[in-house]
Ligand binder design. Structure first.
Ligand code: GLA
Length: 400
């Protein structure tokens, strides 16, 4: 009897500790727009409503960008006397719910931000100690997505902190995507799948192609430095549990080729695609990159396999990604600052995905569909060769 009671107690405790996220919310990597990369805390209701308008009018919503996520800076510096978070009345004079309703009426979903620590990264009130209360408020505001950061956490256990918030969201009852944003510090890929739908793998991105910018206590990473860190993590990703190499910097100051390469790589990595530019003012080129349906189809492929770096020699990289119905995506990338010649013999070079067990079939003649030009450019019968401009890519969908 005593043993049975101890057993039941252990089971009950295990149930408390285990997270049970809402299943099925992110069968493919989440897509949307987030306020942080361009605006930081300078956000307000007028601007957010304009972004919702443009997500629809630009075609981005139709291309798949359906989450509008309000990042840090949306609240007042203090909770109210009952401990509730208060949307900043100067930034949101009609309250947050009015903005959420507006965004929903556009057919979009609404995301918000908070932090597992006592303060957010921008020093607004964090959620620590208020998990269930905050989750109830988000549910009451009809929120669909929570990005949950990792500043000011004073040595708490990451898995426990994220599990607590995941459970609080579950208890609040409204299905919300839970975006784990602890920058890969405590290996979230090892424990994040039952807890949330995506987890950041690195520190913050910034709008540079290939360098690191030190902020003293942390480093901002360029596009290529982030991509360098993803390969070993691909085994952990899949439908409903994605590696998140951070939001997009497309349209934020890199060259056209660099923006294309950034977007191509994020698609090859089955990354969440969160635009981070001012979409009200984007150029035609930026819009074309962000809404390229062939690249988005590679990112959103139902198999949900994160692609891999097949080779990396003299700054020339080749990435492959298995796709549904036996198709593949391939991306030839020139990381250097001079033109580079590439050649690849499809028939003689075995391409094997050892983690997810796919092999490029050398007996099949695939059509080479160039996803940046939208044209068929031969087949895999003949070796492929081209000259690639600095920081640029050539990317194909290999169609059966
Ligand atoms: C951290 C996150 C960023 C952003 C800011 C907000 O740096 O990694 O994505 O949310 O906090 O303060």
């Amino acid at each position: 009897m005593k043993k049975l009671l101890i057993g039941m107690l252990a089971l009950a405790m295990a149930n408390i500790a285990a997270a049970q996220k809402f299943e099925g919310l992110a069968p493919t990597p989440p897509m949307g727009w987030n306020s942080w990369n361009t605006f930081q805390t300078a956000i307000n209701e007028k601007m957010i409503m304009e972004m919702a308008d443009v997500l629809v009018s630009s075609g981005m919503k139709d291309a798949g960008y359906n989450y509008l996520v309000l990042d840090d800076g949306w609240m007042t510096m203090e909770r109210d006397s009952l401990g509730n978070l208060v949307p900043d009345p100067k930034k949101f004079p009609h309250g947050l719910k009015a903005v959420v309703d507006y965004v929903h009426a556009k057919g979009l979903k609404f995301g918000m931000y908070n932090c597992a620590g006592t303060l957010t990264c921008a020093k607004y009130p964090g959620t620590r100690g208020y998990e269930y209360q905050d989750a109830r408020n988000y549910a009451a505001w009809d929120i669909d997505y929570l990005k949950y950061d990792w500043c000011n956490t004073h040595g708490i256990n990451a898995k426990e902190a994220y599990t607590t918030m995941s459970n609080a969201l579950r208890k609040a009852g409204r299905p919300m995507i839970f975006s784990i944003c602890e920058w890969g510090v405590n290996k979230p890929w090892e424990w994040g799948a039952p807890v949330g739908q995506l987890w950041r793998t690195t520190e913050d991105i910034y709008q540079v192609f290939d360098s690191v910018h030190s902020h003293g206590t942390w480093d901002a990473l360029s596009v290529m430095r982030i991509a360098d860190l993803q390969d070993s993590l691909r085994r952990y990703a899949g439908p409903d549990h994605w590696n998140d190499p951070d939001m997009l910097e497309v349209g934020n100051g890199m060259t056209y080729a660099e923006d294309k390469t950034h977007f191509s790589l994020w698609a090859m990595m089955a990354a969440p695609l969160m635009a981070g530019n001012d979409i009200r003012k984007m150029t035609k080129e930026t819009k074309e990159i962000l809404t390229n349906k062939d690249i988005i189809a590679i990112d959103q492929d139902p198999l949900g396999i994160q692609g891999f770096k097949y080779s990396d020699k003299d700054s020339l990289q080749i990435w492959f990604k298995p796709l549904q119905h036996g198709d593949w995506a391939v991306c030839f990338l020139n990381r250097s600052s001079h033109d580079a010649a590439v050649s690849f013999n499809w028939k003689q070079t075995p391409v094997v995905d050892n983690v997810f067990h796919h092999t490029l079939n050398t007996n099949i003649q695939y059509t080479l569909y160039n996803v940046w030009t939208g044209k068929n450019e031969g087949t895999t019968k003949k070796p492929f060769s081209a000259t690639i401009k600095p920081h640029d890519v050539v990317m194909f969908r290999l169609k059966q």
